[in-house]
Design a protein around this ligand. Structure first.
Ligand code: ADP
Ligand code: MG
Length: 398
């Protein structure tokens, strides 16, 4: 078990906290369009302040590639965080240097300081030892609450953790508990629902779930290649030609491993991806040659929904259709409603799936919606995330 911020005496200590405040902005403005990543970190910050720590935050924003980019400074984020905390938040245009050291040294118990965009320095992504050392010198202990960046071995996510007592923040702990729970001791039966654009993104997660999950349901663009592998014509749908063989083998391997894979029986097709385009619902044997599969059909959605609602737990990664463009969101909506209702332990991958669930207003009704897209997928693949691996185990905490 990983050490958490509850296993440390914070009184008069300085905490260096890696958060993921890589928030979206309204195009070309300094207005934050979605502050969920900031709000999700508040409980950790409040806990630390309440226990008498001074809090030094660090995050990346965008991809400045190791140099200062004025548009990627953190002013709007500092302002939003300050509002959410109802307390002032200091901001220093430095992270590894003397200015940061002076600002960190001047903090009193309960104070909050934000370092500058950590990717302004090349040492961050290079995980340079001197850079990690400079970060470590600012604080007495390190906290990682940035699950969305935990699959990267950078100085502020990995290197620094070897130089200080290192523990998970409350958000990180929640991610590990739910995603780890699905892999280690899921409420059974466990179903996996996989969708999204491509089979190629899901090869390894399929490998991990076959023989582990009790059932697997496939939708989204990736269903096309699976259907093709079963001998169906899929018209102008997304197809990964080189993975037809893989899909055929996967179906057989899954059946042999007692993780049957269910594919759509009907689909919504159209000639273009546009809001007002004419659509039709067809059986998978009747996909017109000029049409694209853009959603699972209503029969499939109803059947997936009914079977998913009866599971002990469901892990879901990838929307069932092109949910960004109505009416192709309908399959995603129907399965999401089913997973959100009842007593299913619902664990939702980050990225597009989290976006779809939030858009439907169902996030609060899921057991857990991950804040990490790539990170949650890698976790479910069974990979050890460097940012998690580097944290102390409870038994070596001292
Ligand atoms: P993430 O963005 O989390 O990595 P994915 O890449 O797995 O998620 O999948 C999300 C994308 O899959 C969405 O943008 C959605 O429009 C697309 N998608 C879903 N179903 C289809 C489909 N039938 N045809 C084409 N694209 C699809
Ligand atoms: Mg993707």
């Amino acid at each position: 078990m990983k050490r958490t911020i509850r296993d440390f005496d914070w009184q008069d200590k300085r905490a260096l906290v890696r958060v993921d405040f890589n928030v979206p902005f309204e195009r070309g403005t300094t207005r934050i369009s979605d502050d969920v990543r900031i709000r999700e970190a508040v409980p950790t910050i409040e806990h630390l302040r309440g226990q008498g720590a001074a809090v030094i935050l660090c995050t990346h924003l965008g991809r400045p590639d190791g140099k200062r980019v004025p548009e990627l400074e953190l002013g709007p984020i500092v302002e939003r965080l300050s509002k959410l905390l109802g307390a002032p938040v200091g901001y220093v245009n430095d992270a590894p240097g003397d200015d940061a050291k002076a600002a960190a040294g001047a903090l009193a118990s309960g104070d909050v300081l934000m370092l500058d965009n950590i990717r302004f320095w090349p040492g961050e992504e290079a995980n340079a030892p001197d850079f990690a050392g400079a970060l470590a010198s600012l604080a007495d202990a390190y906290v990682n609450d940035a699950f969305g960046t935990a699959h990267r071995a950078h100085a502020s996510t990995e290197g620094v953790a070897h130089r200080l007592p290192a523990m998970a923040g409350l958000l990180m702990e929640k991610e590990i508990t739910f995603l780890g729970g699905v892999l280690e001791h899921p409420a059974r039966p466990l179903a996996a629902l996989l969708g999204g654009a491509k089979v190629s993104d899901k090869l390894q997660v399929l490998g991990r779930l076959i023989g582990h999950a009790d059932e697997l349901f496939v939708g989204g663009g990736m269903a096309g290649t699976f259907l093709k592998a079963q001998g169906y014509e899929i018209g102008a749908s997304l197809l990964e030609e080189d993975l037809i063989g893989f899909c055929a083998e996967t179906m057989e391997r899954a059946a042999a491993a007692s993780t049957p894979i269910t594919l759509p029986e009907d689909v919504v097709v159209a000639e273009r991806i546009e809001p007002e385009v004419p659509t039709s619902v067809v059986g998978i044997g009747d996909i017109p040659s000029n049409a694209m599969v853009l959603d699972i059909g209503p029969k499939t959605a109803a059947s997936y929904a009914q079977r998913l609602a009866g599971m002990g737990s469901v892990v879901w990664n990838g929307p069932m259709g092109v949910f960004e463009v109505p009416p192709f969101h309908e399959g995603t909506r129907v399965v999401a409603e089913a997973i959100a209702s009842g007593s299913v332990v619902s664990v939702i991958g980050g990225g597009s799936t989290a976006e779809a669930v939030a858009h439907l207003g169902l996030a609060e009704r899921m057991s857990h919606v991950s804040t990490g897209g790539g990170a949650s997928l890698e976790f479910l693949e069974g990979k050890e995330l460097p940012g998690v691996a580097a944290l102390d185990e409870v038994q070596d905490a001292h």
